[in-house]
Ligand binder design. Structure first.
Ligand code: PLP
Length: 364
């Protein structure tokens, strides 16, 4: 098993420095300043607001674009559960649209049928190694004066058409949670280049003090990881491509397509869907698959549960959300630690995954 986070001497060095000079106990200081400067550069954002989690970063992002209790916010029926809660926390109404068939990102075609005069924002998430079609979404948002909130929590280091994931939205969220690609155990950030957005966030989050802070110690842990982010992203992407190549002719499984050449994928989790055609059987087949895969020691689990079963009192649904249901019942996620391995180990991984798929097919 690949350990996460990996042991990193550079983090120890910075920690020693912060402990030796007492800077670790300051609310603000060199480490936070350096982290903010690095993030501004890496994500082409004029402003960074560091936060105590990605979940709160999404809520602050919504508040930043002016979402209030009078508004509706469009999001995909399959998404991180905290994003639905963030909309509710403001008192606004979640409006669910379907994901694109076979994947996990919002279906652009569903935005227009979802729009009303109350629509203030759209949340899009890049999930499980798949990047949302941001250029088209950006254009739609601009045409209709709807704010774009980009959840880049799973994809730091990714880019789309040469521009970083997280730089397409009016505002974006990052997570530095324990299992994430950049980790400080906890933490997050809001990114934006809009003065008005950062101003609204400041008004909400500063209560005489920063109410959702990230500490100097956390900043020391993140700095070296940002230095190696581009290299690590490349290593994981090449492992994911190798795995895709090995598994592409395996029946019963669908992996997201490889990206256009001007884009770079990031893999917090590598997602795929088990192609069980009888939807009534899908959940059971997945459970058996996971049981088998875990006995081989694979770091693997199921995807999000989806919001398609949420009550109509809590949200408005656009259509029946069939692809959301499919994603919520068939998704399997391989954790990124599986991707930081050498080629022979990736081949073994592909073999174990095929065997687990074959084992559930034969018991159908
Ligand atoms: C992890 C994650 C978050 C929130 O992150 P926390 O820091 O754990 O609160 C938000 N969105 C997505 C897609 C995530 O994967």
């Amino acid at each position: 098993m690949t350990r996460w986070p990996p042991h990193d001497e550079r983090i120890l060095e910075l920690l020693r420095e912060a402990l030796a000079d007492g800077s670790w106990s300051a609310y603000h200081g060199e480490w936070i300043d350096r982290l903010e400067a690095t993030l501004r550069q890496s994500f082409s954002a004029a402003h960074i607001r560091l936060t105590c989690s990605g979940t709160i970063a999404v809520e602050l992002a919504l508040r930043g674009v002016g979402v209030t209790a009078e508004h509706e916010v469009i999001l995909a029926g399959y998404d991180f559960p905290g994003n639905f809660r963030a909309i509710e926390a403001i008192g606004a109404r979640p409006v669910l649209v379907d994901v694109a068939p076979g994947g996990w990102t919002i279906d652009v075609e569903q935005l227009e049928p979802a729009r009303t005069s109350q629509t203030r924002a759209v949340i899009i998430s890049h999930l499980h190694g798949q990047l949302a079609p941001v250029a088209r979404i950006r254009a739609w948002c601009d045409d209709h004066d709807v704010a774009l909130v980009e959840d880049a929590c799973q994809v730091p280091g990714a880019s789309i058409a040469g521009r970083p994931a997280g730089a397409w939205g009016d505002v974006a969220a990052l997570s530095f949670g324990g299992s994430k690609l950049l980790t400080a155990g906890r933490g997050g950030a809001v990114l934006t280049s809009s003065d008005a957005i950062v101003q609204r966030i400041t008004v909400f989050a500063d209560r005489g003090n920063d109410a959702f802070p990230l500490s100097q110690l956390q900043a020391t842990a993140l700095l070296p990881q940002l230095d190696s982010l581009a290299d690590d992203t490349r290593r994981r992407a090449s492992a994911a491509n190798r795995l895709r190549e090995r598994l592409k002719s395996t029946p019963g499984i669908s992996l997201p397509d490889e990206l256009e050449r001007d884009s770079v994928a990031a893999y917090y989790k590598l997602g795929f869907q088990l192609l069980e055609t009888d939807m009534e059987q899908a959940v059971g087949v997945r459970a058996r698959f996971l049981e088998h895969a875990r006995t081989c020691g694979l770091p693997i689990g199921e995807g999000f549960r989806g919001f398609h079963l949420r009550s109509r009192r809590r949200c408005r649904k656009v259509g029946e959300l069939p692809h959301t249901r499919s994603a919520s019942e068939r998704t399997v996620l391989l954790h990124h630690t599986a991707l930081l391995r050498d080629e022979a180990e990736i081949d073994r991984l592909a073999h174990d995954l095929s065997a687990a798929i074959a084992s559930v097919s034969s018991t159908r």
